[in-house]
Design a protein around this ligand. Structure first.
Ligand SMILES: [Zn+2]
Length: 55
């Protein structure tokens, strides 16, 4: 699973359908990040089963 965060920010996104999913100027990594925070919208989408993930 891929995670993205905007450069200069500490919030990781993992749902491609998140309003704040970075599409430019971002870091992408595979696997769970070991630092920073997870986006609240991504977390709630995940809890609701509406999170579209990128593998
Ligand atoms: Zn997000």
């Amino acid at each position: 699973m891929k995670y993205r965060k905007r450069n200069g920010k500490d919030t990781w996104h993992f749902c491609t359908n998140c309003q704040n999913w970075p599409t430019s100027d971002y870091d992408e990594r595979e696997g769970k990040p070991t630092y920073g925070e997870f986006c609240n919208e991504c977390l709630s989408k995940d809890a609701n089963g509406t999170c579209t993930k990128k593998y």
